[in-house]
Design a binder for this molecule. Sequence first.
Ligand SMILES: Cc1cc2nc3c(=O)[nH]c(=O)nc-3n(C[C@H](O)[C@H](O)[C@H](O)COP(=O)(O)OP(=O)(O)OC[C@H]3O[C@@H](n4cnc5c(N)ncnc54)[C@H](O)[C@@H]3O)c2cc1C
Length: 353
Amino acid sequence: MQIPAINGSGSEIVHKQLAYAKKLGIPVRLRVYVERIIRDEDGRVKGLQVREGYRFPNAQSGKVKSIKAKKAVILCHGGFGADVNYRMKHDPKLTDKFDTTNQPGATSELWREASRIGGNLIQADWIQCGPWNSPEEKGMGVALYFAQGAAATQGIWIDCATGKRFVNELANRKIRADAVITNNNKGHTCIALADQTAVDLTIQKSRPGILDKQLERKVVHKFATLEDLAKQYNVPMDALQATIADYNKHQAEGTPDEMGRKIYKGAQAIGTGPWYCSILSPKVHHCMGGLETNSKGQVIDVSSDKPIPGLYAAGESTGGVHGAVRLGSCAVLDCLANGRIAGRKAAQEQNWS
Ligand SMILES: Cc1cc2nc3c(=O)[nH]c(=O)nc-3n(C[C@H](O)[C@H](O)[C@H](O)COP(=O)(O)OP(=O)(O)OC[C@H]3O[C@@H](n4cnc5c(N)ncnc54)[C@H](O)[C@@H]3O)c2cc1C
């Protein structure tokens, strides 16, 4: 496999980890589906039942094998954001109407299996939706870089039915996603809006080329005048102008606006066309809940509140790390820090056999 020198995504971290694992002679097994966690009568986790040669999503594919864990098993099966049935058990509003930013394999089998063998599942209904996504593209997409990077910082988010802002565009993800969902449930479309100045001061600088891509994919839309934009989305023009005037008043005074948003450093008055917007539609993004672990990464037993011998967990499969709303950029840090702790502690276990 040709590994590029450097890239700006999370795969850069994984490439480095893979190279190091190779150096240490640690095998990486692909297409191996973990079907069962083997917990013995003495309470210890002693291995896994897997399907080698598994083909997603066929649960019957591959050859069943057992793998003995001499010291311990570390679970790191991620979240279940793509599993509509399971996520609806925890948060019934997250029906199949909601797309997800997750890959299709973000499913629940190991969440169920870890529960079955006694792992204590906590806060599983704390499922975060990304507030900035667009329904005009699948998955995470690219519109969010406009909605968050330009409109939330130096523009506004508005409810098209009223022409008014409805949330602090820099509030946490839950507050913003809930506000959009509330409006959507009333049949109201919400859009992120920014003018040319805002776009020039933000994404044109921080992500050169992204605006062209967003326009090309028709997930960010460009209008010569504010009237054209308002007409397209049935926004009452008077109310929209009043909303912008109010923003500009606070921008000029440097005072927080009615939603409590502080004026972003360097932000200018809104008013220079052309105008840009993207439609907002929250997508299921991150599972804050998961297996309860202690500071060593050991999984806690639901019946005893004590660690399950031989079982560790890290990353999105664990719960209680991020509270109700995880902060952007902190998930990978959680995975790396707690993954290292769990790995180190598991390696220090005595060989039980
Ligand atoms: C689009 C997107 C952008 C993000 N951007 C950021 C960011 O900028 N910064 C940040 O900190 N976080 C970000 N996150 C969150 C972060 O990427 C995840 O929380 C993190 O990758 C989780 O890592 P993990 O190793 O715990 O799980 P995952 O990376 O989800 O890996 C778990 C793996 O286990 C596999 N698996 C599941 N069940 C089984 C089974 N039974 N048998 C075998 N394999 C199984 C899954 O298919 C998956 O490959 C982003 C998430 C998404 C979706």
